[in-house]
Design a protein around this ligand. Structure first.
Ligand code: FES
Length: 153
């Protein structure tokens, strides 16, 4: 009357140990990858800092910029205005209002940059002439060389 045993064989300890070792190695590998990514991110300069380093943009020949006119140039996401004030003088000014960062417009009639948001205004030196902006605009160097205009950012 011997019946065959229906009891499963006991779980073997070496298999469980191998599984736990495999899981521990997996977690450690993930942790190592995360740590390496963190160190790399820390050491790498921010993207905006790299893209805003000193740059020179060629704006074209002198004749392409008439006296009294302004041209808007993009610097990253921010606009910069380049204005030709006379035959040999150019002015580079940020196109972002210092009040609440609205984009300025060039008012050719009064030779000034105007802010459409709260009626602020800036002269060709970047100084506030009207409205709530708390400080002048950032200025950029503009120079000419061999008949071409260059904006230094
Ligand atoms: S954002 Fe330009 S005056 Fe307010």
């Amino acid at each position: 009357m011997n019946e065959p045993s229906t009891i499963d064989p006991p779980e073997s300890a070496p298999d469980r140990r191998r599984l736990l070792t495999w899981l521990a190695r997996g977690f450690l590998s993930l942790w190592g990858l995360g740590f390496a990514w963190l160190v790399t991110s820390f050491l790498k300069p921010p993207r905006s800092q790299r893209s805003l380093t000193q740059r020179v943009i060629e704006l074209g020949p002198l004749e392409s910029m008439p006296v009294g006119r302004a041209r808007m140039v993009r610097h990253g996401r921010d606009p910069v205005f380049v204005v030709r004030t006379d035959e040999s003088t150019f002015v580079g000014l940020s196109g972002v209002c210092t009040h609440l960062r609205c984009v300025l417009t060039w008012d050719e009639d009064v030779s000034a940059l105007a802010c459409p948001c709260h009626n602020g205004a800036f002269d060709l030196s970047g100084n506030v002439t009207k409205g709530p902006p708390p400080r002048p605009l950032t200025r950029y160097r503009v120079e000419t060389s061999l008949g071409k205009v260059y904006l230094h950012l």
